[in-house]
Design a protein around this ligand. Structure first.
Ligand code: NOJ
Length: 566
């Protein structure tokens, strides 16, 4: 197997992870100090969200220099030091590669917008307006119309995300060359691969056809806010897709991904690519495009139920099988935030363990979002001036101006929409600022005050019953039990509402996982039709002294059982 199939990844959001110089912003010296923590946790690989110079309109996803390090995070030498220290602990490091757009402060765009004949003009998507307005009715998914008028040259430029993130013109070979060279720069330094940002939106329909849906982004976001039932959510997603249809998934991407793959293949050591798209379209055949794509449908289904996990695995594994794709599971990230925030607080500790057990025992490479291992939750931002993610302030302003909501309504909607809520600083200790930065510093986003209620590393470290130690135990188990890494997945109990049960089986081992998703005791009984060795079960992990008789396993509320059939 390849290293990225056996590894457990950990996503670091650099601004919020560890502040080494005490200025309230995470940085490389801080990350270096925490590598031992990650190693002891059982992490094999790190994905760094963007660490490049950025004016921070999209918290780092608006890059103004692809081969540099944001000064607030350190220097290129600090980066190299971090990489070497990670490698010396046997850990891999992948970076975020943002191909779709640059920052509007990137020298390429500054040149491009300077005049219509500048050689970099065609590096971005510039068009004339139509009938006194933008070239078409396309929306940005972040801030209204997709076209921004530029007074200087009297044309519009296209941006799928914020207007501070102009889309590159990937049909221009010079753009491809420059971006591939940026990727080579980091590969040469020794990084082990990339998480690809927003590849689906790299190309747009060249004839710029209107969508004519009658929706704009404000009305779409409002529809999202009002869609609460599963059916309403489905309708909302369909409407969202119709509103952006011509702006993603266009022809040309397969070829581009194959070219990017060959750039990685210029370097030794199985450098890898993981995409954020929720489909398998760009896995190519035989891994000649991406290596993995995140299983977003699993993340979106949290809180999980036995039925939703079975359905997800059935669909996902069937999608991956034809291209021999390897699954990649996650429950949270810097966009979706912390999965534990989606639980009712009284059940959260138990559900956090169940969900973590699912993540770490399903077939596929798990990605853990920083802070999820200690149960971090979301902060409700209560002050408009505290928003750092422009999405929050944009929603607030549109709700007031276009939808005439009250301040309280608009703030509540913005606080729910902003991704800041799940990006607050890592909670290292029960000391001021959660131990993230000194008392004298102000953290770049407020620290969630629940660090004082046990949601911090220092308090959980010595406590055997903590979520942190639960992670450590399961991660150790994963390393010791090859079937949990390479084994095939077979769902059992296809109709159970309360028990999620499955086998993980490789050539030499069969492991049974049973999870009780209900708040009452349940019995997992052997089926006469099941594998004949069921009653020869060696317990590998049992959350609360589950009794395992010859004919049944008794599970307490929210219990977890992992055993090996012998
Ligand atoms: C996806 C990233 O995950 C998100 O944080 C970012 O805002 C957009 N792409 C644009 O880069």
């Amino acid at each position: 197997m390849k290293w990225w199939q056996t590894a457990v990844f950990y996503q670091i959001y650099p601004r919020s992870f560890a502040d080494g110089n005490g200025d309230g912003i995470g940085d490389f010296p801080g990350m270096i100090q925490k590598l031992d923590y990650l190693q002891a946790l059982g992490i094999d690989a790190v994905w760094l969200s963007p660490h490049f110079p950025s004016p921070m309109f999209d918290c780092g996803y608006d890059i103004s220099d692809y081969t540099g390090v944001a000064p607030e995070y350190g220097t290129l030498d600090d980066f190299q030091h971090f990489l070497d220290e990670a490698h010396s602990r046997g850990m891999y490091v992948i970076l975020d590669l943002v191909l779709n757009h640059t920052s509007d402060q990137h020298p390429w765009f500054i040149e491009s917008r300077s005049n219509r004949t500048n050689p970099k003009r065609d590096w971005y998507i510039w068009k004339d307006g139509k009938n006194g307005g933008p070239p078409n009715d396309w929306c940005s998914c972040f801030d209204g119309a997709a076209w921004e008028y530029d007074e200087e040259t009297s044309q519009y430029y296209y941006h799928y995300f914020f207007k501070q993130q102009p889309d590159l013109n990937w049909r221009n070979p010079a753009v491809k060359q420059a971006m591939f060279d940026a990727a080579r720069f980091w590969l040469r330094m020794g990084v082990d691969g990339f998480r690809l940002d927003a590849i689906g939106t790299i190309f747009e329909r060249p004839d710029l056809r209107n969508h004519n849906t009658g929706f704009n982004l404000a009305s779409l976001r409002d529809l999202e806010r009002r869609s609460t039932t599963p059916e309403e959510r489905r309708q909302f997603v369909r409407q969202w897709i119709r509103t952006f249809h011509h702006q993603f998934g266009q022809p040309g991407l397969h070829e581009l991904m194959k070219e990017l793959r060959s750039v990685l293949n210029e370097f030794p050591g199985d450098r890898m690519l993981v995409g954020e798209d929720a489909d398998v379209a760009y896995l190519g055949n035989g891994h000649d495009e991406l290596n993995m794509v995140f299983n977003f449908p699993l993340m979106d289904a949290v809180p999980l139920t036995p039925a939703s996990v079975r359905k997800n695995q059935k669909n996902r594994l069937a999608l991956l099988a034809p291209v021999n794709g390897w699954p990649c599971n996650t429950l949270g990230n810097h966009d979706a935030g912390h999965f534990i925030a989606r639980f009712n607080p009284t059940e959260a500790p138990a559900l956090a363990r169940l969900h973590t057990a699912v993540l770490l025992t399903l077939r596929g490479t798990p990605f853990i979002y920083n802070g999820d291992e200690i149960g971090m939750t979301h902060l409700t931002i209560s002050n408009v001036s505290d928003f750092r993610d422009l999405l929050g302030s944009w929603v607030y302003n549109e709700d007031i101006q276009q939808l005439h909501m009250t301040h309280d309504q608009a703030l509540a909607h913005a606080a729910e929409t902003t991704r800041d809520k799940g990006r607050t600083p890592m909670q290292w200790a029960n000391t001021s600022n959660g131990g993230f930065c000194p008392p004298s510093a102000s953290p770049w986003l407020p620290v969630n005050p629940n660090y004082a209620q046990g949601i911090n590393v220092a308090d959980q470290d010595p406590d055997p019953s903590s979520l942190l130690n639960f992670h450590r135990r399961l991660l150790t188990l994963r390393r010791q039990v090859p079937a949990l890494i390479e084994g095939e997945f077979t769902a059992l109990l296809p109709r159970s509402r309360y028990l999620l049960a499955y086998l993980r089986k490789n050539a030499s081992q069969t492991v049974l996982v049973v999870l009780n998703f209900s708040d009452v005791p349940r019995i997992f009984a052997w089926k006469s039709t099941g594998p004949s060795k069921y009653n020869n079960l060696h317990t590998l992990y049992s959350a609360s002294g589950i009794s395992n008789s010859k004919s049944a396993i008794r599970l307490a509320p929210f219990d977890i059982f992992i055993g090996e059939l012998q």
